[in-house]
Design a protein around this ligand. Structure first.
Ligand SMILES: *[C@@H]1O[C@H](CO)[C@@H](O)[C@H](O)[C@H]1NC(C)=O
Ligand SMILES: [Zn+2]
Length: 411
């Protein structure tokens, strides 16, 4: 039997392993008021319900739900007075279209002999191959630093771009949440601007070093390609629970577990303790060991928000004036490209209270500037924008990166 299963898996390719989202719906509520937030507590701890947008004041919640549970969720949300609507009727269609588009682009690349690039989504091995190629092509400025190894043994691979010692650095990181696929190609675009298009951006590299961690959660990212497109957390099992993984963006050692610790089935489960996830520990250790890195940008999706600290309190950090003015200037540059608007503000004031977050740790513990992007989504298909959305998002985000780079505090 085992042999047959393996044989079938080989014959059918990786498609055999995909979790099917046939008939899964996405329901969307009206924008929430403060008193609505608690209504989702039970739903959040039940793995049946997958939150695409978590409960936050002033925004609509989006929940993916299996076909068997659509009508009960719909009536429950109705009972709560949240006016649910169906925004997606069959999530599998979106996932299948996405896979078909990627396969078509891979075939076209093979035919033309062109290397994979940031005009499509790249899986983990394609991302690593791309970085190797950057280092091979630009050895005088590009190096790879493996800052650790994930729970399942994958490298935590940072590309460093530098043309000389003694410079302060900007560290940009993506897919700490595995399903947020728009992040890596956006970073590859920035890498391309600082290598192939360096002539246009020479002053940036003369002034600063740049660090890119494309797959901050490589196990989760790989899992979204091989098995479950909507995986968010790490892939370390939790003892005593069938629910796998920790939310790495709740696992940092700053007010960790504040506000209560939800169970392991919650998508925001913060782990067994601060930095319990090797991916977060490696990330934190690297930043702590490299004090010339004076600014950190964490890339998430989706929501069109530019966030700074704090997440654990609605109070604002002492340097909020600087954070807000740089963020505002960056978003003006981004807006100028094609009119994309972002909400700007602290995490707690803009979305919700969140404890143990990456950027809070960077500011609170290291005292360095840190920002988080929620990049745009794919319209109704939140985490699954078409490949054609990548370049427009990457182009406008690059303009924002340039503003951040201009403002990296000197050594
Ligand atoms: C979802 O539907 C299945 C099948 O009807 C049912 O067994 C299960 O209890 C439902 N789950 C929830 C959380 O309502
Ligand atoms: Zn995220």
């Amino acid at each position: 039997m085992k042999v047959l299963v393996v044989l079938l898996a080989v014959l059918c390719g990786t498609a055999f392993a995909y979790k099917s989202y046939e008939g899964y719906h996405v329901l969307k509520t009206k924008p929430l008021a403060n008193e609505d937030l608690r209504k989702f507590d039970a739903l959040r701890s039940d793995p049946t319900f997958n939150f695409w947008v978590f409960p936050q004041v002033g925004r609509a919640v989006e929940i993916m739900v299996p076909p068997a549970n659509v009508s009960s969720l719909h009536s429950r949300l109705q009972r709560y007075g949240l006016e649910p609507t169906v925004v997606i009727e069959n999530v599998e269609e979106i996932v299948a279209n996405e896979r078909a588009e990627i396969e078509a682009m891979r075939r076209a690349e093979k035919l033309s002999g062109r290397a994979p690039s940031f005009d499509r989504f790249l899986d983990l091995s394609e991302l690593f191959a791309y970085l190797d190629e950057v280092v091979a092509t630009y050895p005088e400025i590009a190096t790879i630093i493996d800052i650790g190894t994930s729970f399942e043994g994958r490298p935590l691979r940072v590309l460093k771009l530098s043309n000389g010692p003694g410079k302060s650095g900007l560290f940009i990181e993506s897919v700490i949440h595995a399903r947020e696929w728009i992040g890596p190609p956006t970073l590859l675009y920035a890498i391309n601007e600082l290598t192939e298009n360096l002539a246009n951006n020479q002053a940036m590299l003369d002034k600063n070093d740049f660090y890119f961690l494309l797959a901050t959660n490589p196990d989760g990212y790989d899992y979204t390609w091989t098995t479950d497109r909507f995986w968010r957390k790490t892939r370390k099992p939790n003892s005593g629970s069938s629910c796998v993984g920790t939310d790495p963006n709740r696992n940092f050692d700053w007010k960790w577990g504040g506000g209560g610790i939800p169970g392991p089935c919650d998508e925001t489960y913060p782990g067994t303790g601060p930095l319990s996830e090797i991916e977060c520990k490696s990330y934190a250790d690297f930043l702590a060991a490299n004090p010339s890195i004076n600014m950190v940008i964490s890339i998430h999706s989706y929501g069109q928000m530019l966030l700074y600290s704090w997440g654990d309190t609605t109070e604002l950090p002492p340097n909020v004036g600087i954070l807000d003015s740089i963020a505002t200037a960056a978003m003006e540059a981004l807006y100028a490209v094609r009119g994309t608007t972002y909400d700007i503000g602290s995490i707690a004031n803009t979305i919700y209270l969140a404890y143990g977050g990456t950027i809070d740790w960077v500011l609170g513990v290291l005292g360095k500037q840190a920002y988080a992007f929620e990049l745009p989504g794919g319209g109704l298909a939140g985490f699954n924008p078409p490949a054609s959305a990548i370049i427009p998002v990457a182009t406008e985000t690059w303009e924002a990166f340039k503003v951040f780079a201009e403002n990296i505090p000197p050594l």
